[in-house]
Design a protein around this ligand. Sequence first.
Ligand code: PEP
Ligand code: MN
Length: 264
Amino acid sequence: QASRLFHPEDTIIKTPHSVIGGDHFTLMAGPCSVESAEHVMKMAKVAKDAGATVLRGGAFKPRTSPYSFQGLGKEGLVDLRKAADHFGLDVITEVMDDEHVPLVEQFTDIFQIGARNMQNFSLLKAVGKTQTPVMLKRGMSATVDDVLNATEYIAAGGNHQIMIAERGIRTFDNKYTRNTFDAGVIPVLQKLTHYPVIADPSHAAGHTEFVTPLALAGTAAGASGLIVEIHDDPAHALSDGPQALQPDQFKTMVKKVNAVRKAL
Ligand code: PEP
Ligand code: MN
């Protein structure tokens, strides 16, 4: 169902405040984690002011260590939804577990499936049974065919509102970046599938100073949008502080991204 051969037209996904895919460009931004009601409200304003239409924020966090901050859970979903509604933004948030799908669905406009869960087939089947759009993040070691097969698990259940996010992959040298941003996979996926492709420069870069160059690369490669982590006090962020853009850095990034889009 993912193939262009059987479905030549781009899939266009409509959420209350965004149109995703085709010639549209969608900016998604927010903190890695929802940290508090006040903080996510502040970050929602930053996202909105810079032109984002989707607010991101994790309430259920897939942390590498079980001793790291795991997210605020339901309380985080409530805070995220409130902040998005206050500024007229859509919500994207990660669902980590098939049992949480009904709960998360009450609060989100787009399900995020994290890189670590790209092949969690029971989770893919569970979101596939809903009619809520899904952003599937490419696993750090997933081939293009692995990603496309993962989309089939969602589509097979009847949910065709799928987008794919390139967030960087593991390569032989991830000493200076967190992952290797695979810009080339963007046009490859666009050739093979009609689903929108979103670039996540934050998790590829791993360091604030590399986020904007990768955002520009993803934009130039033709991505249908960006998902970017922002924070006003990265040193005290509860997760992924080292890769967060501060509000003014984010504004500058958006200006440059828009310049690249104009040049295309
Ligand atoms: C995230 O978006 O904060 C996240 C955990 O991303 P990924 O699944 O790509 O690592
Ligand atoms: Mn993160």
